[in-house]
Each structure stands twice: as structure tokens, then as C-alpha cells.
Design a protein around this ligand. Structure first.
Ligand code: SF4
Length: 286
């Protein structure tokens, strides 16, 4: 496989073959994110992508993941060709996942998404980050919550599994409650199959970092992060959503099915707060 720059993938794709179909992120403008800052966005050519697939025709992987930041920007026809090529060359691949910015989904109709599902696209990962318009605007996400909802409902309608990520602490102290409550509201409407919480990591050189240095944003401490998580979970009303807080950035690991395990998860948060039982700062990473 040939990769340009650092490659990122969701924790649940740790054992997947990562195929880089785009380089960087076409938005590349979120104030807290430095992941693709060093890369100019481009879509790899079909020849480059096929060469990667053909040169890596081993049967050791059962899952494939299409990167970078918003691989869903590719035209549907090209995505179908890529999926077919993967399945042709690697017969053990049973599941294909992809990253998408919610704005990328504007380029896809529900019928196109259904077609992609039929071809073998099983899961789409979207960094929702927050359901609060105030937070989304502040971090320069490039999309508001009502458009986000409209685009993400298309995924559920198509039958493709939707996995979303929310970032704890993203609203700072001032918008912490708003971030928790509005994120819960959006999640209740889109009802994702998977919900992951990451915790904000402050990265030098980002706009967010500068705002913290200039005292425009106050960061949450571990207890405040967990109180924010608790408030969000209290406001969630989901059915069979697989909830995971298992990223290296988190202060506490949690998992369960929502709403079924809601009370148990809330109790675990309360116990962690009472005992100040947090994963130490030096263990946290992106
Ligand atoms: S958070 Fe996602 S959309 Fe925003 S700049 Fe980073 S990769 Fe791009």
C-alpha cells in the first residue's frame, strides 16, 4: 500500500486494510483539528487506487477502510469500481467502511447510497463533533445541525450503518451544557448504529490552541468532561445504539447499548467522579 502522510482511522478499523483513496481533507478548516494540515487535498486517480489494490492482493484482511478525511467525496461510479476491485482481488474482505464529512453526503442521493450498500459498503463514519450550532460555528465545522441531520438521515434510510463521533469538551466551559444537550437532541433524531465519544486533545498550532492561550476558551478538567458526558447520556433516548468511549483521548472507558445500559453507564461515571478515577493526562493521545 502506498500512503501519503499520516493515516487516521476509527478505533474499530484497527484490523482493517486501509486504502487511501483521497489525500487529506477537503474542508481542512476545523479550528481544533491538525490531522491533515500538512496535506493539500486531492482525490487519487483511479490508476493509483487500482495499483494499490492490485499490489496488495493478500487474503489476510476481512475488513477494508477507505481513507482519508472525506473519501465519500468520490463520485459514486468510482466508489463502486473501487469496491468491486477490492472484492475481486481480496475475496476475504467482508466489510467495507469509509469516512465522510456530512457535507460530502450532499453529493449522494439515498438511491446512490443504497447502490453502494448493495455493492458492499457497510458502514460510514462521520465526525459530527457536536449537535450545537453555536459549537459547530465556533469550531468552523462548515455545516450546521439541521443540515447535518438531513444528510445523516439519508445514511440510515439507505440501510448503511452510521457511526458518529462526538468530541467531549469541544464547547469549552461556557458551552459545555449546550454541547451536551444539543448533541443528545441531534443523536436522538439520527439514531446512529454506533456512537463514539472522543475527548478534545489540544494541539499546538491550531486555532483552538490559540483561543485557549488567549483565554477565549476555557478547557474542561476531567471531572467537568465526565459531568458533560453524564448530562449528554441523561438526555439521550436511543434504541440499540452501540456506545463506545474507548479512544485513547478519553479519561474513562465506557461501553454498552443505549438505552438498555444507560443507568449502568451513568453509575460508572458517578463512581469515577466520586473516586477521581480518571485515565492520567500523560496516557491520553489522539
Ligand atoms: S475534523 Fe474532520 S472535517 Fe474537520 S478539518 Fe479535521 S478531518 Fe477535516
Amino acid at each position: 500500500m502506498s500512503y501519503e502522510g499520516a493515516i487516521y482511522r476509527p478505533p474499530s478499523e484497527a484490523n482493517s486494510l486501509i486504502l487511501q483513496v483521497t489525500v487529506g481533507c477537503s474542508h481542512n478548516n476545523c479550528t481544533f483539528c491538525s490531522m491533515y494540515k500538512g496535506k493539500s487535498f486531492r482525490i487519487k486517480s483511479k490508476e493509483e487506487i487500482f495499483e494499490d489494490i492490485d499490489n496488495y492482493s493478500h487474503d489476510i484482511y476481512t475488513k477494508a477502510f477507505l481513507a482519508d478525511g472525506d473519501a465519500m467525496l468520490l463520485k459514486t461510479d468510482l466508489l463502486i469500481e473501487i469496491i468491486r476491485r477490492i472484492r475481486l482481488k481480496m475475496s476475504n474482505i467482508k466489510r467495507i467502511g469509509i469516512y465522510a464529512h456530512a457535507n460530502n453526503l450532499k453529493t449522494k442521493t439515498v438511491d446512490e447510497l443504497r447502490l453502494l450498500k448493495k455493492e458492499g459498503l457497510n458502514i460510514i463514519y462521520v465526525g459530527v463533533e457536536s449537535g450545537s450550532d453555536k459549537v459547530l460555528e465556533k469550531i468552523n465545522k462548515g455545516i450546521g445541525s439541521s443540515e447535518m441531520k438531513k444528510q445523516l438521515l439519508k445514511i440510515s434510510e439507505s440501510g448503511i450503518k452510521l457511526s458518529v463521533m462526538i468530541i467531549s469538551g469541544l464547547g469549552g466551559r461556557k458551552l459545555s451544557s449546550e454541547h451536551a444537550i444539543e448533541s443528545a437532541k441531534l443523536l436522538n433524531e439520527i439514531k446512529p448504529k454506533f456512537l463514539s465519544l472522543l475527548t478534545l486533545m489540544l494541539e499546538e498550532g491550531t486555532e483552538f490552541y490559540k483561543e485557549v492561550q488567549n483565554h477565549k476558551i476555557e478547557l474542561l478538567d476531567p471531572e467537568e468532561i465526565l459531568l458533560e458526558t453524564k448530562l449528554m447520556i441523561e438526555n439521550l433516548d436511543l434504541k440499540n445504539t452501540i456506545f463506545r468511549v474507548n479512544h485513547a483521548s478519553n479519561y474513562l472507558s465506557l461501553e454498552g447499548i443505549l438505552n438498555k445500559d444507560k443507568n449502568r453507564i451513568l453509575r460508572e461515571i458517578e463512581v469515577a467522579i466520586k473516586n477521581k478515577d480518571y485515565i492520567p493526562e500523560y496516557f491520553r493521545r489522539l
